[in-house]
Design a binder for this molecule. Structure first.
Ligand SMILES: NC(=O)c1ccc[n+]([C@@H]2O[C@H](COP(=O)([O-])OP(=O)(O)OC[C@H]3O[C@@H](n4cnc5c(N)ncnc54)[C@H](O)[C@@H]3O)[C@@H](O)[C@H]2O)c1
Length: 334
């Protein structure tokens, strides 16, 4: 029985991804630091509660016939900036350890293990706000000088994945590369109606929505003119799975931008007002978090994903609010 491993399964994306794959009959082996609900655990064949750095768990994982790995476990941007040394361990060493497991399983089964990696627009680091607004939407190979530990970690892991896939132990006599099929998307900020984000720096968007839905006041930590790309969670999960299923020969790169919509914080506020009339929001920029968001791109060019594997967001900004967020979030907080 071949399985799909999901690390960070108890997180925002993990919740949606476990449901999505379980509904499609996949056998899931989950791993997370934090205990998962009974409901979510019931959708998995096996759940490991523990650290991605725990070698005894990784050894157990290795015994499974793993066909794919969605490696979601990570510290997000704000948390990683508070604890950069821990972020290095979890985000980089955790990914390195898991690539080793994938390598060994791929070699044992003689079938490459698909390794899906959720990278981020935080790998971009645009020096000034003027340059950011001038550049507007950017390609995968522009401005790759991240200004946060999180962005540095993710950019390095993109390269690590490429190295393991194509060049691992390239000077050894035995064949060691080709046992991992590494693929990555650079996610924009994701908006979920079911889970509340924490530890990210794009959290102001989803936080504004979740506060409005609960009639709570929200102090937005960026300026109204702040612009970065966002995406509805169902599109984010679908993107990962569609990339996993794309024929390898069609892929011209290992790491793809994926876009949906790119509102300013003020436009976010206007739509929140429309969805939840009377929503109370004040803009109180936090200088340091503002600086991080200002270094991220205003939008992305995702033509490579469109051309190579048919990527297309199904949820635009309005549809995200009125067909996905509002009905589900009202039920959540009822
Ligand atoms: N949510 C977004 O907007 C977004 C955007 C870009 C990229 N991503 C990436 O997608 C992935 C998932 O993001 P998310 O939003 O679900 O984050 P999240 O914080 O909700 O989930 C991460 C999960 O990883 C787990 N985890 C953390 N450290 C761990 C460790 N040492 N061992 C095992 N598990 C550990 C946490 O308990 C958590 O459940 C991350 O890699 C993140 O960098 C997310």
């Amino acid at each position: 029985m071949s399985v799909i491993v999901i690390t960070g399964a108890n997180g925002e994306i993990g919740h949606s991804l476990v449901e999505y794959l379980a509904e499609r009959g996949e056998k899931i082996v989950a791993l997370d630091l934090k205990p998962m609900s009974d409901e979510l655990s019931a959708k998995c064949e096996k759940v490991f509660i523990g650290d991605i750095l725990d070698t005894s768990i990784l050894e157990e994982l290795e015994s499974y016939d793993i066909k794919g790995i969605y490696h979601l476990a990570a510290l997000l941007s704000t948390t990683a900036e508070k604890f950069p040394d821990l972020a290095q361990k979890v985000n980089v060493e955790g990914t390195h350890q898991l690539l080793h497991i994938a390598q060994k399983v791929g070699k044992r089964r003689n079938v490459p293990v698909k390794f899906l990696f959720p990278s981020t627009i935080a790998v971009y680091g645009i020096p000034t706000l003027e340059q950011k607004m001038q550049a507007a939407a950017i390609h995968e190979d522009q401005f790759l000088t991240p200004m946060t530990m999180y962005g540095v970690n993710k950019l390095y892991c993109e390269h690590l994945g490429r190295y393991f896939a194509d060049r691992y132990k390239q000077l050894s006599h035995d064949k060691e590369s080709g046992f991992i099929d590494f693929r990555a998307v650079r996610f924009p900020g994701l908006i979920s109606a079911f889970t509340v984000p924490s530890g990210g720096t794009s959290d102001y968007g989803p936080e504004m929505i979740h506060c409005a839905a609960q009639n709570k006041h929200y102090n937005c930590f960026v300026r109204p003119d702040t612009q970065i790309p966002f995406m509805a969670m169902p599109d984010g999960v679908r993107a990962l799975v569609e990339l996993a299923h794309a024929p390898l020969q069609k892929l011209t790169r290992k790491v793809y931008n994926i876009g949906a919509f790119a509102p300013t914080a003020e436009e976010f506020y206007h739509l929140v007002q429309k969805a939840f009339p009377g929503a109370s929001v004040a803009f109180e920029p936090d200088v340091r978090r503002q600086g991080i968001v200002d270094s991220w791109c205003a939008d992305v060019v995702d033509t490579a994903a469109q051309n190579d594997w048919g990527w297309k967001a199904e949820y635009d900004f309005e549809r995200t609010f009125f067909e996905y967020v509002v009905p589900n979030i009202k039920q959540r907080y009822a």
